[in-house]
Design a protein around this ligand. Sequence first.
Ligand SMILES: C[S@@+](CC[C@H](N)C(=O)[O-])C[C@H]1O[C@@H](n2cnc3c(N)ncnc32)[C@H](O)[C@@H]1O
Length: 236
Amino acid sequence: MDSISDSLIIRSNEDIFLMLDDLLKKPDADWWDAFYADKTKPVPFFRCIPDENLHSYIEQNIFTRGRILDIGCGMGRNAIYLAKCGFIVDAIDFSSTSINWAEQNAKEHHVKVNFIRNSIFDYQAPTLYDYIYDSGCFHHIKPHRRIQYIAIISDLLKSDGYFGMTCFNQTGGADISDYDVYKDRSMHGGMGYSEQKIRKILQDHFEIVELRNMQNLKDSDLFGMDMLWAILMRKK
Ligand SMILES: C[S@@+](CC[C@H](N)C(=O)[O-])C[C@H]1O[C@@H](n2cnc3c(N)ncnc32)[C@H](O)[C@@H]1O
């Protein structure tokens, strides 16, 4: 009898991806469930206020009304703000704990958001979006899944649709190479991107409209930390 389980045989590119997923399990949905279990933790993005760059896209009338997808929505702070501004909002996160919290927050703020418990990699969208927003999810995407992640966003956006994102710069996240992730079998808490690296990764699918450090804000009704890039893109 064959001693090797069928699931350990690599027969396709997806099998290689699954093998790499398995090498780098964390942070998976269970890890994020545990992260969101205590709502009283002093985590900066546990306050129900929106990102300053997202607010600026709306103030500048770059994001006007329409349908928007918030990827990795967490406890729903940006999704709730967008719904208050009049957008039709779908918001996805693979952590059940975060989605439960987000649903409760939306109820308290009297807004309607369509929260979806799923991984973005398994999401079957019912429609295309005018806008997609990702605050802090991209830097947790494992390098071998990044191409797929960007292709999903590009496919889900209408032509000329905007994609806004915040992600760690080299002071916010681990200043390591993609190769280091696999050598160390760790995402080291999230990848820190140099400007050159992030531009290289995004530029095939998107025209970069604005790339800047997020403002560092304290005692504000807007969220801002300068360890993050704030990037506004348009589908090519
Ligand atoms: C740093 S948190 C940011 C949460 C929220 N966007 C905010 O800024 O408050 C990253 C979020 O991405 C979610 N996430 C990571 N990978 C995901 C995936 N493949 N599909 C859906 N959500 C994912 C995590 O569960 C987590 O809630």
